[in-house]
Design a protein around this ligand. Structure first.
Ligand code: G6P
Length: 491
């Protein structure tokens, strides 16, 4: 007789991403604690109902690896995943570290965000070549797992720069599948992309072109990708099709929006009220007794988010406009990210140092000009969104930037949005935001002042239009649109 089927049936819809919908930590007693994450993919897949798809992700740390090893095939306990089928890949630590920190978060992330700007970096040598071999192995592990989990003709949505080689590898294993790749980052223009060693540049492009469809957050990034394919591979580009060696791949754009229903409901809960009260207390009141005005930012402490120049722009505002002294507070939340990388650790220290310097220069007994919080707390982020007068979103370059879309949805009295022209969100929000050049401190300081002095009616009207534009494509629809587009594309 057939052995008892203990695995879920092969899936019709699959998602693959480095970071999955759950993560684990080890408690002091050695047991595992599970945390569920949010984001567009989580709510997108949940739109299909429990168990409707399989999500393949990597174990990111030792606790994840233990969790993956404890379950047959790395299939997590559905009780921990809200019924979702999640296969967590137990990739050897050395391979994971080299693929994630080395190739993905250093080389590829830096190239796409134009972060290499010194005469010393990048310098791709034998270390990179070793990391690259691990990146290939890590991508191959994903391709093998997807090939095992996918039903005949299934649709697979592969996410981001970590998994650039997966579409090509998966197509070789399973030519019957329909494969989409989605980039959540910007895409580098050819002059920058060509910094990568030639074999890596070609492999990344060819890998993604293994998909039926390559999708991006804005037109601009889709165009850059096509430009790179033309210039590096000699592919032919016509309209939204890229043709390489007779195979046709379409490009698409899906501008992920904010989830209005979720945000408004979550922001109205008691824990957010409590944090709002605590923040108001910390911010304090102006000499005339009214609450101080606020400039709010919420980011991962990420080089591309440009937090230090944001602080310098706020410093410029205080230096040029003494009338704001004791009347405004910069509420800056900068949550630790990618701390395995030395350049992120020193950037994190620099953010604290500059915030401290602004407070030392301008602060008084009853006024702290910059309130910096570094401990990740979603409820407190929502509290800050609620009280924002001005939201500061000034990345050097950003795929989309969801904070720019979320603050106008949650803010209580309407906020002005100071927005970098280099954020993908600017394509949709540019008309009602105060758009800045993220390298220009004077320009950014002027926009902060304009935001703070904007008449309340204008601010509220703009904020309402921003919220409408920001929620035009909610996560579920964003996800479903990609599945639909995958069905209708050329095969
Ligand atoms: C960006 C990437 C995501 C990534 C996220 C957090 O948004 O596009 O793929 O998950 O940053 O970074 P982390 O390295 O912590 O996963």
């Amino acid at each position: 007789p057939e052995p008892q089927q203990s695995r879920p049936p092969r899936a019709e819809i699959l998602v693959a991403s480095n970071r999955g919908p759950v993560s684990h930590t080890l408690r002091d007693d050695g047991s595992l604690a599970v945390r569920r994450g949010g984001g567009g993919l989580v709510s997108g897949l949940s739109a299909l109902g429990p168990g409707a798809g399989t999500w393949v992700c990597a174990a990111l740390n030792e606790a994840d690896r233990q969790a993956a090893r404890r379950r047959p095939g790395g299939l997590l306990d559905p009780a921990d995943t809200a019924g979702q089928t999640v296969r967590m890949l137990d990739i050897p630590a050395e391979t994971f570290e080299a693929a994630y920190n080395g190739v993905a978060n250093s080389a590829l992330w830096f190239v796409h965000h134009l972060l290499y700007q010194t005469p010393l970096e990048p310098a791709f040598d034998t270390e990179f070549e070793k990391q690259w071999a691990h990146y290939e192995e890590y991508n191959a592990a994903f391709a093998r797992a997807l090939a095992e989990e996918a039903a005949p003709g299934a649709r697979v949505l592969v996410q981001d720069y970590h998994l650039a080689l997966v579409p090509g590898l998966l197509r070789e294993l399973r030519p019957d599948l329909r494969i989409g790749h989605f980039s959540h980052t910007p895409w580098a223009p050819p002059d920058f992309f060509r910094m990568l060693p030639g074999h890596a540049a070609r492999a990344v492009l060819r890998g993604i072109l293994g998909a039926d469809r390559a999708a991006f957050l804005t037109r601009r990034w889709a165009r850059s990708f096509a430009d790179c394919c033309a210039e590096v591979l000699g592919a032919e580009v016509s309209g939204d099709a890229i043709v390489l060696e007779g195979r046709r791949v379409s490009t698409g754009v899906h501008g992920l929006g904010a989830d209005a229903g979720f945000l408004r409901e979550r922001a109205a809960r008691e824990d957010v009220d409590e944090r709002l009260a605590a923040l108001r207390e910390q911010i304090g009141t102006a000499p005339d007794g009214t609450p101080r005005r606020t400039v709010v930012r919420v980011d991962r402490t990420e080089l591309s988010k440009n937090i230090v120049r944001g602080l310098l722009a706020y410093r410029r505002l205080l230096a040029d406009h003494p009338e704001w002294h004791r009347r405004v507070v910069h509420v800056a939340f900068a949550y630790p990210s990618r701390q395995d990388l030395e350049v992120y650790r020193s950037y994190t220290a620099e953010v604290s140092r500059v915030a401290g310097a602004v407070n030392a220069e301008f602060g008084t007994a009853g006024w702290t000009p910059v309130v910096l919080h570094v401990k990740d707390d979603f409820a407190r982020s929502l509290a800050a969104y609620r009280l924002a007068d001005v939201a500061l979103v000034n990345p050097i370059r950003d795929g989309m930037n969801l904070v720019a879309k979320e603050v106008p949805v949650v803010s209580e009295s309407g906020c002005a949005l100071v927005l970098s022209r280099e954020a993908g969100a600017c394509a949709e929000l540019g008309e009602d935001a105060l758009v800045v050049n993220p390298y220009d401190i004077t320009d950014t300081a002027r926009a902060l002042h304009d935001g703070l002095t904007m008449p309340p009616e204008e601010r509220a009207a703009r904020s309402e239009r921003l919220a409408a534009a920001a929620t035009a494509l909610p996560p579920r629809q964003w996800f479903l649109d990609q599945l639909t587009a995958l069905d209708s594309g050329p095969s």
